[in-house]
Design a protein around this ligand. Sequence first.
Ligand code: SF4
Ligand code: SF4
Length: 123
Amino acid sequence: MYFEKLNSLYSEKCVYCGMCLEHCPTYAVTKNESESPRGRISLISALNNGDLEVNIRSLTHINNCVLCLSCQKTCPANVNFQNIMETFRNKNFKNLSHKTKISLFINKVHMILKITFHKIKLL
Ligand code: SF4
Ligand code: SF4
């Protein structure tokens, strides 16, 4: 039921146009598709379908999202990114080991520092 709901949230809406990419701070500092809104939607889709292993790498890309929702504000297809992310995180992050949670936290701090330094450079 949860996966059906999640599927309908993203697969019916995201058209993978990429218009959100330039507005995403994590994509701006990494130029990595997996750190973009479109990439995260693809990752969640793949994890959901069992095409991708749930591991620290895939979870890091999802957890690194700072939920600024710049992507949602500029999305022409009105993808509800906040709902997709919160639903996935609520379902999948609760039961992680402490070790995994700490690793995700450290990776997120690195990402926030990268974004901060990137913004300072642009001043
Ligand atoms: S989330 Fe929206 S803007 Fe981004 S790729 Fe999908 S449809 Fe395009
Ligand atoms: S909400 Fe996440 S994916 Fe969307 S623009 Fe912000 S950091 Fe990027």
